[in-house]
Design a protein around this ligand. Structure first.
Ligand code: ZN
Length: 906
């Protein structure tokens, strides 16, 4: 699954809760496995997979083998009538069958013909149905038949409906979203990943509709004048959360890849916008067939664009669903660079067709392996097909985000116990995805690309159509690489936290040596610092070498402390060369001074890593803010986008912390003075600029405008007026930043213009752009108008949370949004489903950085009604405390430095 993210122009600006940076190649770190300082000896608790011992709630005495499911959705009443016949294997005699069902009624259940009708008991809390029979079922094969009526939801759980605008009025379609545990909202089932079975689906839908499932259609026949019955071929053995059903007035664009039919499914009229995705899916399928060593096993793969209902993308086997703007590319409205995001999500979900779908984690405690792997594979594939995107370098922020979350007390091991489905939802977070990705990258680099790939191919072949734990993967990698994996892996996956490596050089005559000391990197707010964090130890592969050398770095496996030869006296020696390692580095005064002098000689990867670590030391209270500010003074105007991206992110975070303080204008003036020369080198118009320049230009326009650069704001308004007269006059690459600034500074007429544009468009990417621009309005009256819109049916559900959050993060008054949410809690919760209380409220409150609002969150009961909600609330409370702490601790030094500095400028 790809988790929904805030729109690019409306990231949460909280420095303790920043959204992900754009992704992007890096220098593969050559590993020489030089100094093996210690052998792995970490005790490992987790065994390889076994069905009988894998966690879960359902008894393992009965196993579903095959489901034959018939569904008849009613699009008007939003009821879903269903009938299923399930072939089951009873392992030991039992008079009771327990399976999952929620928010549905079961009208009849019988076993083996009419021989035994069951008593049915539904339990809403455990989301189960218990079927009791008069006498026990004997061990062996049986056939269960159940009739049921389920719901078609407004939010993205189970089967949901989407109303979307077209040139001929509003239309309704249906789609499904089941991960982690919502197949039970469509049909009664053993809804845990270890219960793999085959599925045959038959649906009755309007004749004008196209129906899409996991497998190709085998038969279609009319039922009366308006309906038709559509039957699909049986699936291979798979987990229930990978089931998919989408239907509506849809069309398909197809291509062939190694005998597999690849299709892009869209609403009518948008098929051609699927061309970019289709061409890339065909290439990716061949690449993955080769990489995984096992061919994609289904006869078709559909990529389905859903214009609302859910915000992410989901790897349903053979029928991947995407929020429309994550899949379709329209050259008349999308910036060329939008292709990067589309490719990345596509490569992620397609990697899951093997890693997740063909081989599936036994239980949600191993979710990180699915998501970490797919998140790593998406970058590897991008690097393969589009090396010019420099995916790893530009995506540096993904690891930074994970390390920020993982440095807290509310972090969790990426491999963690998961009790139930609300907790499973919270596992889909930045730590699971991004630490998983970073760890797998570090491991591949350590084992070598060939050996790592060989291990993956062994793992796929050994576990196809089955389930695993991470121990199964480590075994395959160890046997392929001939290197120990388990100890390294256990230290990064079974415990939380970020390693801190303190490095310092010292001279003895002309020779230099470096000492390395391992500790735990933590960001702990104020009072909590009195309680020391529990210590951690890791086995860390650490790449070390001189800054400007191209020869392979030395990699040592660091456990505890070490001292190594480090060139000649005064030579700049960089730790974490290539930015491949998952750890922070704190340099001593002498090694830091040498590196600062060599900043311009570093690769952009190393420069980003060095300045990001420098800022992290400020966040952790290990360095003063001016040390960072002085460092970025030496960044050149023509430096790589990723380097400027780090600087802009930090300045934006400081600006966010300064809200409401009299020193904010001085910080903004400093930001403008620092960033304007970078922008002036690029200018407004593309000229012969490449994509990297286009992306940097866009980010600079946004930031300079937010920092109050009057030239930039005036030019944005002028260009937007030109766009209204003649849309072609505004290049697609400039539409996001220009529209954002127009929205931010909007008066009533320009606000109304933005809404009119949103209402007129049938393209999801445009609608999203205009609604978010309107939501950024600083004028409180307009902010209130935007909030009121979220109660109407006008906005796609998918962006309602994002729009409320945009109101909270734009102006100086996040209270407007929080008050509104409290007043309208029930209406919004009904509309947005369980995640509104479990996740959104806590996330919204990270727009604050004061104790009073922390207390309000603590006292807001609905946010903590489930165990998942309590987890996200605890994390948000810590985020708020960290922001508050940074404000009191770092801002005075920042303000003093800027005062001295602005004064010093000519
Ligand atoms: Zn995923």
């Amino acid at each position: 699954m790809t988790i929904p993210r805030p729109h690019a122009q409306n990231n949460t600006k909280n420095p303790s809760g920043t959204a992900l940076a754009p992704r992007s190649l890096g220098v593969a770190l050559a590993v020489t496995a030089a100094l093996l300082l210690s052998l792995p000896g970490g005790a490992r608790a987790e065994p390889t997979y076994s069905f009988d011992t894998t966690p879960g709630k359902l008894p393992k005495t009965v196993i579903p083998v095959h489901y034959q499911i018939e569904l008849t959705p009613d699009l008007a009443s939003l009821k879903l009538a269903g009938m299923e016949v399930v072939d089951i294997e009873v392992r030991e005699p039992t008079a009771r069958l327990i399976l999952n069902a929620v928010e549905m009624t079961l009208d009849a259940a019988s076993i083996d013909g009419d021989a035994g009708r069951a008593d049915i008991a539904l339990d809403a809390a455990s989301e189960t149905a218990t079927l009791s029979f008069a006498k026990p079922l004997a061990a062996g094969a049986h056939r269960l038949r159940i009739g049921f009526v389920a719901k078609i939801n407004k939010f993205d759980r189970g089967l949901f409906f989407v109303d979307y605008p077209t040139d001929t009025g509003t239309k309704r379609m249906l789609s499904s979203q089941l991960e982690p545990a919502d197949a039970r909202r469509i049909f009664p089932c053993w809804d845990e990943p270890a219960f793999k079975a085959t599925f045959t689906l038959t649906v009755t839908v309007p004749q004008a509709f196209l129906a899409v499932g996991n497998m190709p259609i085998t038969r279609e026949e009319p039922i009366g004048p308006d309906l038709k019955r559509v039957a699909f071929a049986p699936t291979p053995k798979m987990s229930s959360y990978l089931f998919v059903f989408t239907t509506g007035e849809l069309e398909r664009l197809t291509g062939d890849a190694d005998g597999v039919t690849v299709g892009v499914v869209t609403t009518l009229g948008k098929r051609e916008q699927g061309r970019f995705a289709l061409d890339n899916a065909v290439k990716l399928l061949a690449y993955y067939n080769d990489y995984f060593g096992t061919k994609y096993p289904l006869p078709k793969l559909d990529l389905i664009a859903v214009p609302g209902g859910f915000g992410g993308a989901m790897e349903n086997w053979g029928g991947i669903t995407f929020f429309e703007s994550r899949l379709l590319f329209d050259p008349s409205s999308n910036a060329e660079t939008a292709q990067r995001g589309i490719f990345s999500v596509l490569a992620h979900e397609m990697a899951h067709q093997w890693f997740g779908d063909l081989v599936t984690m036994g239980w949600w405690d191993n979710l990180w392996l699915n998501e970490g792997f797919a998140s790593w594979m998406q970058e590897k594939a991008a690097e393969h097909f589009y090396p010019q995107w420099r995916t790893w370098l530009n995506g540096y922020g993904q690891k930074q985000y994970a390390m920020m979350l993982d440095a807290r007390r509310t972090s969790h091991p990426i491999q963690q116990p998961v009790a139930d489905q609300s907790e499973a939802m919270t596992a889909f977070d930045g730590i699971t995805y991004n630490k998983g990705q970073a760890f797998i990258r570090m491991l591949e680099s350590y084992l070598g690309e060939q050996a790592f790939g060989d291990g993956i191919r062994k793992y796929m072949a050994a576990h196809a159509y089955g389930n695993t734990t991470t121990a199964d993967l480590w075994q395959a990698l160890e046997s392929a690489a001939g290197k120990p994996v388990t100890g390294i892996a256990a230290s990064f996956t079974e415990q939380d936290g970020v390693p801190l490596i303190s490095a310092e050089t010292h001279c003895s005559g002309n020779e230099q040596r470096m000492t390395l000391h391992q500790d735990r990197f933590m960001i702990v707010p104020g009072a909590a610092r009195a309680t020391p964090p529990s210590p951690r130890a890791w086995q860390v592969p650490v790449a070390i070498g001189p800054v400007a050398e191209t020869s392979p770095a030395k990699v040592l496996l660091l456990e505890g402390n070490a001292e190594i030869p480090a060139g000649t006296c005064g030579e700049a020696i960089k730790v974490n060369l290539g930015d491949v390692g998952y750890f922070r580095v704190e340099y001593g005064p002498s090694s830091r001074a040498a590196l600062v002098k060599s900043l311009a000689l570093m690769t952009p990867e190393d420069r980003v890593n060095f300045i990001a670590d420098s800022w992290a030391m400020v966040q952790a209270g290990r360095a003063e803010a001016p040390s960072y500010l002085a460092l970025i003074e030496d960044i050149r105007s023509d430096d790589h986008r990723a380097v400027w991206d780090q600087v802009i992110s930090t300045l934006t975070a400081l600006d966010w912390l300064e809200r409401g303080r009299p020193e904010r204008p001085a910080l903004q003036a400093y930001g403008r003075a620092r960033l304007r020369p970078v922008f002036d080198r690029l200018g407004w118009d593309a000229g012969n600029a490449n994509d990297e320049q286009a992306l940097l230009r866009s980010r600079l326009i946004t930031t300079l405008g937010e920092f109050g650069d009057s030239d930039i704001l005036a030019e944005a308004k002028k260009r937007f007026a030109g766009f209204l007269d003649n849309p072609a006059s505004l290049p697609t690459a400039l539409r996001d930043p220009v529209t954002h600034l127009v929205g931010m500074s909007a008066d009533r007429p320009s606000y109304d213009t933005l809404l009119a544009l949103a209402r007129r468009s049938t393209l999801t990417n445009e609608r999203v752009r205009y609604y978010y621009a309107a939501a950024g309005a600083l004028d409180p009256t307009l902010a209130r108008a935007t909030l009121a819109l979220t109660l109407t049916d006008e906005l796609p559900n998918t962006i309602v949370g994002g729009v409320i959050n945009a109101v909270a993060s734009s102006g100086e008054q996040p209270d407007l949004a929080w008050d509104f949410v409290q007043e309208n809690f029930n209406a919004l919760a009904t509309r947005l489903g369980p995640s509104f209380a479990d996740e959104f409220i806590a996330h919204l409150m990270t727009n604050f950085s004061d104790d009073a609002h922390a207390a309000e969150l603590k006292n807001f009961g609905p946010a903590q009604a489930t165990s998942g909600g309590r987890v996200t609330t605890a994390r948000a409370l810590e985020t708020i405390a960290i922001s508050a702490d940074l404000k009191t601790r770092a801002l005075p030094a920042v303000d003093a430095w800027i005062k001295a500095h602005n004064g010093a400028r000519p």
